[in-house]
Design a protein around this ligand. Structure first.
Ligand code: SF4
Ligand code: SF4
Length: 291
């Protein structure tokens, strides 16, 4: 039975889509953003064993060539992930669709739906398709939080798109070259996905992290909100798509990056966030959320 590597499960989240939701974070990402606040989700652990002796409570061990993590005795001190040079963690669990469904059923009465996130959840699109087919039978809604890097218009993703109620897509920066420098690939596909999902009525939210001093936030918010505004007016669903402007925060960001590329970069002031919000509203986005 196929299993997926899960970094963590939050039973009740109110920031990952509408209502109370279970959020499932998949391990592994195809981006490597400078300001990633959970960099330990980027790579899959290669069981090198380097972190085993760092654990103060003996929750880590090597069984042959495989790392083992005992969640019941882990005190969540974070030492193992801090020292992993691979941007990974030994603290993942392998779940089959059936095992995840058992977890979902435990909280089913208290949640409106499931959101999959990461890492980059869509790298597990086949697994998620299978999961969402079952989740919908439970009467729950299905949301995907994504960096928009897969070409969702391709036939191989059609069932995945079909079974997903709504997507939340990151638009990190508008300028193609800057995007390439930031994450290691361009953003034309991300823009294409925003239009495609918007036209399908499956775009719940677009997100941009505001990082003054590193990115041209004004250009990005102006262009992205224009795009959302166009989708809104074309589909006559004015105000339906949320544009979430997220303040960059240092918490969780890799120390070596804070000391180098992001040295001196601070959380943006409320005034800048308000100015950006005004730009977005002026371009036809009614629902602008600042967090
Ligand atoms: S986070 Fe858990 S597994 Fe990792 S070092 Fe700390 S106690 Fe050990
Ligand atoms: S988490 Fe990192 S250091 Fe620990 S075993 Fe995996 S790859 Fe090695």
């Amino acid at each position: 039975m196929k299993k997926a590597k899960i970094n963590k499960i939050i039973n009740f989240s109110n920031v990952d889509g509408p209502g109370n939701r279970m959020s499932i974070f998949f391990q592994g990402c195809n981006y490597n953003c400078l300001y990633c606040h959970n960099p330990e989700t980027i790579n899959l652990c290669n069981s090198c064993g380097v972190c085993v002796t760092s654990c103060p409570v003996g929750a880590l061990s090597l069984a042959g060539s495989k790392i083992c993590w005992e969640s019941k005795i882990c005190i969540d001190c974070g030492r193992c992930t801090e020292l992993c040079v691979l941007d990974s963690t030994p603290k993942t669990m392998d779940y089959s669709v059936g095992e995840l469904l058992e977890e979902i059923k435990k909280v089913r009465g208290f949640i409106r739906g499931i959101t999959v996130s990461g890492g980059e959840a869509t790298l597990n699109y086949e697994f998620i398709t299978e999961l969402f087919i079952e989740v919908k039978k439970l009467g729950l809604t299905t949301f995907v939080d994504t960096n928009g890097s897969l070409d969702l218009q391709k036939d191989i993703y059609s069932e995945f798109v079909e079974v997903t109620d709504k997507f939340m897509v990151d638009m990190k920066v508008w300028d193609e070259k800057t995007h390439n420098g930031l994450v290691g690939s361009g953003n034309l596909l991300v823009r294409k996905n925003v239009e495609f999902l918007g036209d399908l009525g499956k775009l719940h939210e677009v997100r941009t992290v505001v990082v003054p001093g590193l990115l041209d936030n004004i250009e990005t918010v102006d262009e992205v909100s224009r795009l959302i505004g166009e989708i809104n007016s074309k589909n006559k669903i004015d105000g339906d798509i949320i544009y979430k402007l997220i303040k960059y925060r240092q918490i969780g960001v890799r120390k070596e990056i804070l000391d180098k590329e992001l040295n001196g970069i601070k959380t943006p002031a409320d005034q800048l966030m308000e100015e950006l919000s005004e730009i977005a509203r002026g371009n036809g986005v009614e629902k602008v959320v600042i967090i």
